[in-house]
Design a protein around this ligand. Structure first.
Ligand code: ATP
Ligand code: MG
Length: 159
């Protein structure tokens, strides 16, 4: 078991949340899983949209996967999976959706990852968006155990 690591960022606007997503995006490779936690309207889809759009070979819209549960995109380096598991009722659906395989082979961005229960990969990067005092501000906490994230997050955020 690795020691948990954590970093917290203050994001003053949706643009700053987008910039944080774009800064982390180039470090993602196939097999990476980013778990996005936060209440309804926290900015999970906003963050994921910015991250995905900066990884796409050909620009396209990134709708919220609220109803489809999963949307996939051809990224430059790997396939991208964007999931919103809010409506998931049974952990068996995680297998049926193909998420377990995607965790290994794709770049996965997962909203409402609490629905995964024990199926959440140990190596994932956990990102939590929380409200701040100003309505357009958020706190973003990054947490990880896999040391691979330590170097990437340092490189992304401490330039
Ligand atoms: N600093 C901020 N970062 C992210 N989003 C922000 C920020 N300030 C305001 N917003 C707004 O908050 C809303 C976030 O909506 P979004 O769909 O991303 O939430 P969500 O966390 O995905 O919710 P859901 O659980 O319903 O999927 C957007 O309208 C966005 O413009
Ligand atoms: Mg969402």
């Amino acid at each position: 078991m690795h020691t948990p690591h954590t970093r917290t960022l203050a994001l003053a606007s949706p643009e700053q949340t987008c910039a944080a997503a774009q800064t982390l995006a180039p470090f993602l490779v196939a097999g990476d899983v980013v778990l996005l936690t936060g209440d309804i309207g926290a900015g999970k889809t906003h963050f994921a949209r910015c991250m995905i759009q900066s990884l796409l070979a050909i620009p396209e819209d990134v709708p919220s996967p609220t109803f489809t549960l999963v949307q996939t995109y051809p990224g430059r380096e790997a396939e991208i999976w964007h999931a919103d598991l809010y409506r998931l009722t049974d952990t068996n659906e995680v297998f049926e959706l193909g998420l377990i395989d995607a965790f290994e082979s794709a770049i996965c961005l997962i909203e409402w990852p609490d629905r995964l229960g024990d199926l959440a990969p140990q190596s994932a990067l956990h990102i939590t968006l929380s409200p701040a005092v100003e309505p357009d501000a958020r706190m973003m906490t990054l947490e990880w155990q896999n040391p691979v994230w330590t170097r990437r997050i340092a490189a992304a955020l401490e330039r």
